[in-house]
Design a protein around this ligand. Structure first.
Ligand code: FDP
Length: 301
């Protein structure tokens, strides 16, 4: 008798993307379990010149192997790889992952994430080619936020699916940014901020917004999605492109924030207005309540 396959969860109502997110749910649960044994740094650096932990490598290998096995996946790119790996048989989706975002938080035991972008053409490409995006947050609980660009849902991840159980619990359906924002999180050292960025932060503080910055993109963006406000990894005097990578971090998370009713900007215009010129291109990023992002933009220009 053939084995009964576990039910595929309905994440965004599109079977082939839902299958990608099923794999992300199952793999994220394994990655979380593997973290305690993989805290140490390994030799070498990633293509952005950052130190790599055993956990980064492990998560990247696992997501790559599992996701490329899906018929619908044509290529897998990640922050940990110089170039994308192609599937043998092609496939309509091109995935870009940050397998373990914020992994420097491992030592201090603070949250980290996994960011998954589903593009309709190979990366590097603009965020307007995103079909869907998701991110996992490894916090006190493991949660997963998914979006098709129109709405955003948040789930508690409970492990692999089993008969009659799709391995998740809906926490917030159609998540939207609150209208009365209370937090802000700006990365980079204050002395390295441009005068415009400093002025924008002073304006936010004058508005009584509270600083909430933990050094892991997904965790900090979740604060903004929950309490309302603005996250930025801004332009810096010695690094006008900021720190975060466009294809792996800025575009997919901007896509989710916009679907939650917010706005994504590079500080001077819409984040999706320019295309990255290389796979690991960086971009300044400002995400959050539309009115606040508009104000930051006005101060910068
Ligand atoms: P990390 O270096 O730990 O991987 O993507 C890089 C990232 O973390 C983001 O998750 C985070 O928002 C940012 O860098 C933190 O940078 P700072 O250390 O400069 O605050």
């Amino acid at each position: 008798m053939s084995q009964q396959l576990p039910p595929s969860a309905d994440w965004i109502g599109h079977p082939t993307v839902d299958a990608v997110f099923d794999v992300v749910r199952d793999t994220a649960a394994e990655v979380r379990e593997a973290l305690p044994e993989r805290r140490a740094y390994v030799e070498g650096h990633n293509p952005s010149g950052e130190k790599v932990r055993a956990a980064d490598e492990y998560a990247d290998e696992l997501f790559c192997e599992r996701l490329l096995a899906l018929d619908s996946v044509g290529s897998y790119a990640s922050e940990e790889r110089q170039s994308a790996r192609e599937a043998d048989d092609g496939g309509e989706y091109h995935l870009a992952l940050d397998p373990l975002d914020g992994s420097s938080n491992l030592t201090s035991n603070n949250p980290m994430g996994t960011i998954v972008s589903v593009y309709d053409e190979p990366v590097p490409t603009g965020g307007d080619h995103l079909v869907a995006a998701a991110f996992v947050l490894y916090g006190p609980n493991t949660t997963m936020v998914v979006s098709d660009g129109d709405s955003v849902d948040e789930y508690l991840i409970e492990g692999a699916a089993d008969e009659g159980d799709d391995g998740r619990k809906l926490l917030r359906e159609d998540l939207t940014l609150p209208d009365d924002p209370t937090v802000y999180a700006f990365g980079g050292r204050r002395p390295d901020w441009t005068d415009g960025v400093t002025a924008a932060v002073e304006d936010l503080e004058a508005d009584r917004l509270k600083l909430r910055y933990g050094g892991a993109f997904i965790a900090d963006v979740m604060q903004v999605l929950t309490h309302g406000g603005v996250f930025a990894y801004p332009e810096l005097t010695d690094s006008p492109e900021g720190k975060l990578r466009y294809c792996f971090e800025c575009a997919p998370v901007g896509f989710v924030v916009e679907a939650a009713g917010g706005r994504a900007s590079d500080g001077y215009g819409d984040l999706f207005g320019t295309d990255p010129d290389r796979l690991h291109a960086r971009s300044p990023v400002y995400l959050g309540n539309e009115e606040l992002v508009d104000r930051v933009e006005a101060t910068l220009s």
